[in-house]
Design a protein around this ligand. Structure first.
Ligand SMILES: Cc1cc2nc3c(=O)[nH]c(=O)nc-3n(C[C@H](O)[C@H](O)[C@H](O)COP(=O)(O)O)c2cc1C
Length: 442
């Protein structure tokens, strides 16, 4: 097991800039500004093989390159800390424990793509973390660490904090950009597909997740070979896993990509409360298919999870034990998707309502076998529809629950009294974050 990298730094208070600098902080930024060309920075990111940690695992260097070399000269950079998905809380942990790592990463990214503005878009529920981040930002500015970080000029980089629009969809990059421009936080019609082409104010914009950005100072400081010395060939480096649900020790854990799911649950999460069994796991949060408890040997990386029929997403791993009712679990998540659909695309607006109603009917004992098939048809119809992936996520999750646990659906339909516990969402955003160093598994 590799050493934590993004979670290694620990100082209290976390905004203490002297402690960060004593640990080698802001040296990577200095190296970029004084000795590397922008293309050299991008080459290092390419050689490292860093992929986005916000859900799509897109090669980070490619976005950098598209923005830097776009024919339009006005460029922007936005760091995405929207983080509104249930069971995902690793960006919050990074904001709280190491804000300077994010600031340094933002300055490197903005410098590398020749951005004239840099912003960090933060979940509106994260009031404490917004305060921490602002304190750290003021210290970085006052200490002169952002000086001369606008390419080709003597100007200081100004990193602006945007407080998020308070919805899941607002974290989708085009919805986020809309809300930053004072408009409703709803995804843009595609094409144009990417903010690298049409971003903030219609200009080429680099959008990266907080964790993606936090890796940049380390890649510059220690090199691409060091970065890719852990992980797998296609998924180099480490990833932060937000582990929640039925585990003894929920928390944020940094593991090499490719670590088996079982290791995360048993060694880091310390197993299942009461010694119960795993019924299912959402390895990539609620917007990907779940896996049954028989598939815990799967490596946690994008390709392996795709092959297993699921996905890594932003690594919000939710564990469901065998004491929990799958139908109630699905009702909880279908309510979430219905509530969070922004409503602009009819297949998503109506699809999420119908998925919720169908599962509610079965949950309340009024369903029939035909309703299960109708739900499957609806899932297949809704997949791939809409300007963003919200209804696709809801559909693949629900369909996977029927695939693996149809017996529970049938039991509810045939009137057997459900002896299982309802789903408890207690450990999602509100989770008390375990310090990896104290688990003895770091
Ligand atoms: C419904 C929805 C919500 C999303 N929420 C977030 C979020 O909170 N944070 C995030 O970084 N990416 C989120 N994304 C993904 C972003 O659109 C985008 O791919 C990501 O910020 C790019 O950063 P990366 O390349 O560093 O992963 C979301 C996507 C969708 C469809």
């Amino acid at each position: 097991m590799s050493e934590p990298r993004l979670l290694k730094y620990r100082h209290s208070p976390s905004w203490d800039i002297d402690a960060y600098v004593k640990n080698g902080g802001y040296q990577a930024l200095q190296t970029c500004v004084t000795t590397l060309t922008q293309n050299e920075i991008i080459t290092q990111v390419k050689q490292a093989g860093l992929r986005g940690r916000g859900g799509a695992a897109f090669p980070t260097w490619l976005k950098f390159d598209k923005v830097l070399n776009h024919e339009t000269t006005e460029h922007h950079f936005v760091c995405n800390a929207g983080e509104h998905e249930p069971g995902t809380f690793k960006d919050r942990h990074l904001l709280r424990t190491n804000p300077h790592q994010i600031i340094e990463g933002c300055a490197i990214a903005a410098y590398a793509v020749n951005a004239t503005t840099a912003s960090v878009y933060i979940n509106n529920d994260y009031a404490e973390e917004i305060g921490i981040f602002r304190k750290a930002l003021a210290l970085a500015k006052d200490g002169g660490y952002l000086r001369r970080t606008v390419f080709g000029s003597d100007a200081d980089l100004n990193i602006e904090v945007f407080v998020g629009a308070g919805s899941y969809v607002a974290g989708e990059e085009t919805a986020m950009l809309e809300s930053m421009q004072g408009r409703p936080a709803i995804p843009r019609q595609k094409p144009p597909f990417y903010p690298t082409e049409f971003g903030l104010h219609g200009k080429p914009t680099l959008v990266n997740n907080v964790e993606t950005i936090s890796n940049l100072p380390h890649i510059i400081q220690h090199g691409a070979a060091w970065f890719s010395s852990v992980g797998t060939a296609k998924n180099p480096g480490t990833m932060l896993f937000s582990l929640s649900g039925a585990v003894n020790r929920p928390g944020v854990y940094e593991l090499s990509l490719g670590t088996p799911l079982k290791t995360l649950i048993d060694e880091y999460g310390n197993g299942i409360p009461g010694g119960h069994e795993v019924k299912a796991v959402f390895p990539g949060g609620p917007s990907f298919a779940m896996l049954p408890g028989t598939q815990l040997d799967v490596p946690l990386d994008t390709e392996a999870l795709k092959q297993a029929g699921s996905g890594l997403g932003s690594a919000g791993v939710i564990v469901i034990d065998d004491q929990t009712c799958m139908i109630d679990t699905m009702l909880h998540f279908m309510r979430f998707f219905q509530r969070e659909s922004c409503g602009q695309c009819p297949p998503c607006r109506l699809g999420t309502i119908n998925l919720k109603s169908g599962i509610h009917k079965i949950h309340s004992g009024k369903g029939s076998e035909r309703d299960i098939d109708t739900l499957i048809e609806l899932c297949r119809f809704a997949k791939g529809q809409g300007y963003c992936t919200l209804v696709t996520g809801a559909s693949v999750l629900l369909e996977s629950s029927i695939r693996y646990f149809r017996n529970e659906y049938e039991a509810h339909i045939h009137g057997a009294p459900c002896t299982l516990r309802p789903y408890s969402p207690a450990t999602s955003h509100a989770v008390e974050i375990v310090d990896q160093a104290q688990t003895g598994t770091a």
